[in-house]
Design a protein around this ligand. Sequence first.
Ligand code: UDP
Length: 235
Amino acid sequence: MNAKNLKLLYEGKAKKIFEFTENEVIIFFKDDVTAFNGLKKDSLSGKGKINKKISKFFFDMLEKENIPTHFIKDIDENSFLAKKGKIIPLEVIVRNYTAGSFCKRYGLKKGIKFKNPILEYSLKNDELGDPMICKNIILSLNLIENNLLEKIENYSLKINNIISNFLLEKNLILVDYKLEFGINNNEIFLADEISPDTCRFWDKNTMESFDKDIYRENKGNLIDKYKEFLRRINL
Ligand code: UDP
């Protein structure tokens, strides 16, 4: 992609967003990887194109199941065209098994399956370290209308079923993941990415990770694991 003539709207830890038209942006996936709120940081050659490929794959899958996403069309190995919209300042976290911060918070070992998926929210705010927030506070602060929040919850749980079922066929489990949503003309759509940077994927039998925990926990070569994940899902 020739980004020279495009206006950079936003640069995050793992992506750059360029203005394309009034209603469209180009999402560019960088090779940068960070953990612990940016305290650990590296650039791993090839990560951007892998995450773009996986995100496009899942967005396609979800669109077919009537989940609106921001994906419009492919641009190149590292970028795709996406709908422009206002990003809702919430991170939706869905958990099927205990892992990560949930284990720390409640002193639990990892890998316990929940009776039902757990849905949590964080307020998107790097300075505050994305604090957890509950539905009550979200609505009381008027961050979003109730009917739109319900839509987000429905989409988030439907996404859980679609991706979990797909992965189970490959003997993989969707442990937990983070979603972000955008809004345009009162229409909610899934935005951001769905990748091993934002999800935990484990082998069903061995609990081996194919996600950013490899980097967080210094458990080996992240790119090799992401490539193995690509092979496991036949991409
Ligand atoms: N997650 C994310 N971005 C965040 C926080 C969490 O993509 O800013 C993802 C994370 O990769 C995992 C899930 O959301 O798949 C749950 O993360 P958790 O709350 O356990 O936090 P972590 O252990 O990653 O700090």
